[in-house]
Design a protein around this ligand. Structure first.
Ligand code: NI
Length: 202
């Protein structure tokens, strides 16, 4: 092989390689799917659960289908973060024009099934929004839902009377019409931030 031919082969191979690379980047098949429920390559958030709604009926993850959902885990005895976040969720939904606000379903899932019965959940969620779904269940059902959403929680005793609080992670999850993860918000989330994210999507 002459040096000139070798050089042409090398250049040819390089051109072919970079063409392939460019194609790979632009072909939809290689692009990350925005609806894929992975967060920056970390484990999936969301998925199957079985819980009991505020009417006492067993429901599963299919309640998320057909609309966007804002899913928050907490407990009705929570003194501050839970009620604050749920109020922000309700406000953000109500700020949207009616046809759009109807496309967003607020969901509150209890991490304290011992105290949060369906009846407790019914009266609690109605304080925030008339369309808010309040879910609870057996300890196992709640544990299952929490682990699907990577939610950490732990009962922590208060005083000596057997009272307790529930320490829990405070992420608010936005799920799409297929019930898949879209985004999450921390406990410093604002009504404006949520509303603008929803406007972007709807
Ligand atoms: Ni809380």
């Amino acid at each position: 092989m002459t040096p000139a031919l070798a050089k042409r082969l090398v250049i040819g191979a390089m051109v072919a390689l970079s063409t392939l690379l460019i194609l790979a980047l632009y072909l939809p098949v290689f692009r990350p799917d925005p609806n894929n429920n992975t967060v920056n390559g970390s484990a999936a958030i969301g998925g199957a659960f079985t819980l009991v709604n505020q009417a006492g009926l067993e429901v599963n993850e299919q309640i998320l289908l057909g609309h966007y959902s804002l899913v928050y885990f907490g407990f009705t005895y929570c003194p501050d973060i839970c009620p604050m976040t749920l109020q922000i969720v309700a406000d953000a939904i109500d700020i949207l024009p009616e046809q759009k606000s109807e496309l967003v379903q607020p969901v509150f899932i209890s991490l304290d099934p011992k105290r949060d019965t369906s009846e407790t959940m019914a009266s609690y969620v109605s304080n925030f929004h008339e369309r808010m779904i309040g879910l609870t269940g057996t300890a196992e059902q709640v544990q299952g839902a929490a682990s699907a959403y990577r939610v950490f929680y732990r009962e922590t005793p208060i005083g000596k009377g057997g009272g307790y609080t529930v320490d829990h992670s405070g992420y608010l999850y936005l799920m799409n019409r297929s019930g898949r993860y879209v985004d999450h918000f921390g406990k410093d989330v604002t009504t404006e931030e949520l509303t603008s994210k929803l406007r972007e999507l709807l």
